[in-house]
Ligand binder design. Structure first.
Ligand code: URA
Length: 424
């Protein structure tokens, strides 16, 4: 059967369902340059406005997976992966991967660099002297068998249709569509080949999904795609109204992750790390208690091995900024709110993130939050600490933080980190 892009666009424009054959054809033809960018732009907008049902979403995801190769790793332990939809101060991958490996699973964590106000895991790890993100497939498999955890750059050739389509969606205002977001995320994760996948879907000002119902819809769609493709998938929906932990940026987040691995760290980071580890271990069929393993120091040992295996020095001092600007608490009382989005934008402006894919990031840039919502503050004492190597960036960061926090007479109701969980 032959298809034309115009017919496929018209079907979706008029609210129809695309057939499996139409989906396979259009994704393949777009990948090979037969369907033109402007035609895919029109189809993406039609999907944005009309949506796709579960069958279409699962098929679209499959077609994007089939546009490239699938990783097949020769690993003896059960493999389990985690993906976060992105948040401010979200360094959870750093303690989580070694923790789950220390409990007996293999964690191939193929990660990305940050774009916009949420940071990228690779940017954070690159603040460790010598650490290398690019590994070959053989190196990934060898490290998974020896150490149990790898955090590295996604290999070329995974879901190339998504790479092309994501760049197109970015410039056609078609990013914020649940079917397109879900198929984009899952095509890459399924192509990575883990047998289990746990999703951390963020909800709140610092996240893609600002409200709980939107995050629940995305999480359900992601879990259904995983299930349709034979990958055991579960999701936690977690709070992103305020930054996770006290550190936002690159080296500062690595330092906080190390604190967690050494038995300390902020309570919310510890709680979420353990909750996600439990989900991952359940999928891997391992009954070890991750809280006990974290407390034993075994996860820190795996961290040190993982960093060393990728050329890094786990005991080297992390980069320090050349400029530090302190924002004091305006009055004494209790911090009642600290907005995740504003802090993310401020850290980005300080140099922790990039505006374009090819921009460099500053390892030492970021923000330390001396108080979290619910904690007491004293007038004149440090509230936020801005780190940068570009002192000229400080006014723009301060502007982003203008209405970012409030101090009141009494504590707000305690914040829940885990808002919901979604299972097949
Ligand atoms: N992350 C992705 O990988 N794809 C999207 O569409 C949105 C977020």
């Amino acid at each position: 059967m032959t298809f034309t892009a115009v017919d496929v666009i018209r079907s979706k424009r008029d609210g129809g369902q695309l057939t499996d054959e139409q989906i396979d054809w259009v994704v393949d033809a777009y990948t090979h340059g037969i369907v033109a960018e402007e035609q895919m732009a029109a189809l993406a907008m039609a999907i944005f406005l009309r949506g796709m049902d579960n069958r279409e979403i699962a098929r679209w995801t499959g077609a994007m997976i089939d546009s490239g190769s699938r990783l097949s790793l020769d690993v003896t332990r059960p493999t389990v992966d985690k993906h976060s939809t992105g948040g401010v101060g979200d360094k959870i991958t750093l303690p989580l991967a070694p923790l789950v490996a220390a409990c007996g699973a293999a964690v191939p964590q193929l990660s990305g660099r940050g774009l916009g106000h949420t940071g990228g895991t690779l940017d954070k790890l690159e603040s460790i002297p010598g650490w290398r993100a690019a590994l070959s497939l053989d190196e990934i498999a060898a490290q998974l068998n020896s150490v149990g955890a790898v955090i590295c750059a996604a290999t070329e050739g995974l879901a190339p249709a998504d790479k092309k389509l994501y760049a197109l969606r970015d410039v056609t205002s078609t990013v914020e569509s649940v079917p397109l977001i879900a198929s984009s995320i899952m095509s890459k994760k399924i192509a990575e080949g883990a047998s289990g996948l746990v999703l951390d879907v963020k909800a709140g000002s610092g996240a893609f999904m600002k409200t709980l119902p939107d995050a629940q819809l995305l999480a359900r769609t992601l879990v259904d795609i995983g299930t349709a493709h034979g990958v055991s998938t579960t999701a936690l929906i977690t709070d992103m109204t305020t930054p996770l932990g006290r550190a936002v940026g690159n080296a500062v987040e690595v330092a906080e992750a190390i604190e967690v691995l050494q038995g300390g760290g902020p309570a919310d980071v510890v709680e979420l790390t353990i909750a996600l580890a439990r989900e991952m271990l359940t999928l891997a069929g391992i009954s070890t208690d991750p809280a006990k393993v974290l407390a034993s120091g075994a996860a820190y040992e795996v961290w040190a091995q993982m960093i060393t295996a990728q050329g890094g020095d786990p005991s080297a001092p992390l980069p320090r900024p050349s400029s530090i600007h302190v924002i004091p608490a305006p009055i004494s009382g209790v911090l009642t709110s600290l907005d995740a989005y504003a802090v993310g934008v401020a850290a980005w402006r300080l140099g922790a993130g990039r505006a374009r894919k090819e921009d460099p990031v500053q390892s030492a840039a970021g923000i330390l939050c001396h108080a979290k919502p619910g904690e007491p503050v004293v007038e004149g004492e440090p509230l936020l600490e801005l780190h940068t190597d570009t002192s000229a960036a400080i006014p723009a960061a301060l502007e982003a933080l203008t209405n970012a926090y409030e101090v009141g007479p009494s504590a707000p109701s305690p914040r829940q980190i885990i808002l919901d969980s979604i299972h097949p």
